[in-house]
Design a protein around this ligand. Structure first.
Ligand SMILES: [Zn+2]
Length: 284
C-alpha cells in the first residue's frame, strides 16, 4: 500500500472513530439534561392580585415526578378566598385550597415531568389582595418519595456538624433509597470504621455533602457525576451508629480540603444543611 493510500485510510478510520465517539456521547447524555434548576427558592413580595384575577410567575421551573413544591404565604385581606398552585406542563391549574385566615402553607407533589409556573387566583369579586411569601421546589430530600415519615433526631450544633434523619417509627427508615441533594461529582464512595459506608459529593454549587452510615450496597463510585435523581445508596446502620439513620453534613470547603481521609471532616467550615436545603427537614 502506498503512503498516500495509507494516510487516506488512516484519516478515514480516525473520522469514523470520532463519529462513533460522537454518537456514543449523544446517546449517553441523560434524558433529563434539560435546564433543571432544582432546588430553587423563590420569594414573592407584595404581589398585587386584583379581585377575580389570576396571576402567575413569568419563569418556570422544571420538575420531576416525586418532587414537591412547598408553599409558604401570607395574604391580605385575610378573609379573601385565595387559591395557590401551579400551572402544569399541560396547562392546567394544579392547586391546593387554603384554609383561609390569611395563611397559605401546604405542598403539591409532582406527578408529571415538565415546566411548572407558580400561580395564584383571587376568588373574591370585591377585594383586591396582596400576597407575600415564598415557594420552593425539590423533593423530600434526600429521599425522593414524599411519603417517608421522617424527622431530624439530632440537629446541627457546634458538637454535631450535620443532621441525623430517622423515621418517625423507629427503624422504619432502614433500607430507604437516598438521593443526592445536589448536582456534582462523587469524590468518595467507601467504608470507614466511623462513617460506615459513606459517600462524599463535591457539588457544582461549591459545597461538599457527605452521607454516612449507609448500607454496604453503595450505588455510586468515585468519579461518577450525580444529579438530584441519582441514587447514592440506602439508609443503614454502619460505622459508629446506634440505629438506622442517615447523617448528612455540608462543608463550605469544596473537595478534599473539607473532607480528609477516613471519614473525618474539617469541622470549622461546615454549615447547617437545612440553611442550604430547607427541603431536607420537611416532614408530614
Ligand atoms: Zn450525625
Amino acid at each position: 500500500m502506498s503512503n498516500t493510500k495509507e494516510n487516506k485510510l488512516m484519516k478515514l478510520c480516525a473520522t469514523l472513530i470520532i463519529c462513533l465517539l460522537c454518537i456514543v456521547n449523544i446517546y449517553s447524555l441523560p434524558v433529563s439534561a434539560v435546564a433543571s434548576d432544582l432546588p430553587v427558592i423563590r420569594s414573592v413580595n407584595g404581589w398585587s392580585v386584583p379581585a377575580g384575577s389570576t396571576k402567575q410567575s413569568s419563569t418556570g421551573v422544571y420538575l420531576y415526578p416525586g418532587d414537591i413544591v412547598y408553599f409558604d404565604f401570607t395574604y391580605t385581606p385575610s378573609h379573601t378566598s385565595m387559591s395557590f398552585g401551579l400551572l402544569t406542563p399541560s396547562n392546567t391549574f394544579k392547586l391546593f385550597n387554603t384554609a383561609g385566615s390569611g395563611i397559605a402553607k401546604s405542598t403539591i407533589t409532582i406527578t408529571e415531568e415538565g415546566v411548572y409556573k407558580f400561580r395564584v387566583r383571587n376568588n373574591s369579586s370585591s377585594y383586591d389582595a396582596t400576597i407575600n411569601g415564598k415557594y420552593y421546589t425539590g423533593c423530600s430530600y434526600p429521599f425522593r418519595s414524599p411519603y417517608v415519615a421522617k424527622k431530624i433526631s439530632t440537629s446541627y450544633t457546634s458538637s454535631h456538624y450535620g443532621l441525623d434523619i430517622v423515621a418517625t417509627t423507629p427503624g422504619a427508615i432502614e433500607g430507604y433509597p437516598i438521593y443526592s441533594i445536589q448536582k456534582g461529582t462523587v469524590e468518595v464512595a467507601e467504608f470507614s470504621a466511623s462513617a460506615g459506608y459513606y459517600v462524599v459529593i463535591i457539588g457544582d454549587n461549591g459545597y461538599t455533602a457527605r452521607y454516612l452510615h449507609m448500607q454496604d450496597t453503595l450505588e455510586v463510585n468515585a468519579g461518577d457525576n450525580v444529579t438530584y435523581t441519582t441514587l447514592l445508596g440506602y439508609v443503614g446502620n454502619s460505622g459508629i451508629s446506634t440505629g438506622p439513620h442517615l447523617h448528612i453534613d455540608v462543608n463550605t470547603v469544596n473537595g478534599t480540603a473539607g473532607e480528609s481521609s477516613g471519614g473525618t471532616i474539617n469541622y470549622n467550615t461546615t454549615i447547617d444543611p437545612e440553611s442550604l436545603f430547607p427541603q431536607i427537614s420537611f416532614t408530614y
